[in-house]
Design a protein around this ligand. Structure first.
Ligand code: AMP
Length: 421
């Protein structure tokens, strides 16, 4: 199949050709005709599958065909993070390049005034994070009374981050009669529950098996002692001459500390997390994309939406406390059919986290030792400190410091960060 058989107009086909896309990806092939037929969809697709174009292209086509010529918001795309919002907005601008369709961005952590000016100048599409959109709706600087299409991008993440209340509040302020498109990398009970309240006879589209990692990503687990992880990370990057590596830590402090130490090892590294200003995050990401820094250390929340097409290497310096995050992390590589390698560094006290990851990806991950970095088996874990109950309790405390889950939303120290989105 090629794009010309997808009922998209010549302006859209022109920008697709300019991007060098040869043929639609599986999610595009399946979703575009259904969206053009004005049906609701519930799509299981990770980042890297081409899901943004899968909704952006048909939305642009539908707006182009719409009888409403007024510059009012006809489509709203909700994303969990500012990074993803920026990414989606950039894609929409790229695809809309040869059309008259205008789009705007609204996310927190930055001044609201320029957003108000841009939106009031008249836009057809708004890409927004839930907290800031709600601010605009309450202020009256955004009206969604003529909304025709609502998209939830990375809906699982939105729920994980505790945005359910904001979502419910937004839903009260938009037309009931609309087309709704829900995209999620993973499906669980909470997503199905949300879909029931949101979608009208949706068509289910799945391009990957549920909750499976991108097939193009090779996954390796190295057993290593906690206190040698940094050394091993710098060794891997240096000895194998990797030029662009995304590294995940669980905490903001951990990200900063690792970046600092790696710089001392001679590897240009920056960190990106929710405590950094939007400007600092944008700059770190731009430096990484341009190859000015070799490694970027990120927390899970900050890394959402990072789209680097040719990123080959992801290192899980620590496994995530929320096992589904593993899929999101390794989905940063192996994008659009490129090969990727995801290495997880596993200390003896993290084995229970690997078990949880293996449950989510539904396969056993091969554990191996890297010569010179073998774990020291004479170091016996202190039974109390490393008991599973103790680990889980500490894990929960740590996780709450960085993000919320749908169960404990609103109670975490992350509330401030959510309001800033
Ligand atoms: P996404 O899953 O939307 O984050 O897209 C991942 C990457 O795939 C982006 O960099 C897109 O530019 C790229 N992409 C989207 N559609 C295609 C296509 N049909 N062919 C090749 N690359 C694509």
């Amino acid at each position: 199949m090629d794009f010309s058989s997808l009922a998209l107009n010549k302006n859209l086909l022109k920008s697709i050709a300019e991007q060098g896309y040869q043929q639609p990806t599986p999610i595009q092939e399946q979703a575009i005709p259904v969206i053009l037929a004005r049906k609701d969809i519930m799509a299981g697709a990770q980042t890297g599958t081409g899901k943004t174009a899968a909704f952006a292209l048909p939305i642009l086509q539908l707006i182009n065909d719409s009888s409403c010529e007024k510059k009012v918001i006809k489509a709203l795309i909700l994303t969990p993070t500012r990074e993803l919002a920026q990414q989606v907005h950039k894609s929409i601008e790229t695809y809309a390049k040869f059309t008259e369709i205008r789009s705007a961005l609204a996310y927190g952590g930055v001044s609201i005034k320029p957003q108000i000016a841009q939106i009031s100048a008249g836009v057809d599409i708004l890409v927004a994070t839930p907290g800031r959109l709600l601010d605009h709706l309450i202020n009256g600087s955004v009206s969604l009374s003529e909304l025709e299409i609502l998209v939830f991008d990375e809906a699982d993440r939105m729920l994980d981050m505790g945005f359910k209340d904001e979502i419910d509040n937004i839903l009260k302020r938009i037309p009931v009669s609309r087309q709704t498109l829900l995209f999620s990398a993973t499906f669980d009970e909470a997503i199905f529950k949300l879909s029931k309240t949101l979608l009208n006879e949706p068509q289910l589209i799945e391009v990957n098996q549920r909750n499976t990692a991108a097939a193009e990503v090779e996954q390796i687990v190295y057993n290593v002692d906690e206190d040698r992880k940094r050394e091993l990370t710098s060794h891997l990057i240096g000895a194998r001459n990797w030029r662009q590596v995304l590294i995940f830590t669980r905490t903001k402090q951990g990200a900063d500390a690792l970046a600092k130490e790696m710089c001392k090892d001679g590897i240009k590294t920056q960190s990106i997390h929710g405590d950094k200003s939007q400007g600092a995050r944008d700059k770190a990401l731009a430096d990484f994309k341009e190859g000015k820094t070799r490694a970027l250390v990120a927390t899970d929340v900050a890394a959402r939406g990072i789209d680097i097409l040719n990123l080959q290497y992801v290192i899980n310096y620590e496994l995530p406390y929320i096992a589904e995050d593993y899929i999101h992390r390794i989905g940063r590589t192996g994008r659009a059919g490129n090969k990727g390698l995801a290495i997880s560094l596993l200390s003896p006290s993290e084995e229970w986290l690997l078990e949880a990851v293996e449950k989510v990806v539904d396969s056993r991950l091969l554990q191996q030792w890297l010569p010179g970095y073998e774990p020291d088996l004479t170091k016996q874990p202190k039974s109390d400190r490393n008991s599973r109950g103790g680990q889980k309790k500490r894990a929960r405390k740590h996780a709450l410091g960085e993000k919320t889950t749908s169960k404990n939303k609103g109670k975490s120290t992350n509330k401030h960060e959510r309001r800033n989105r």
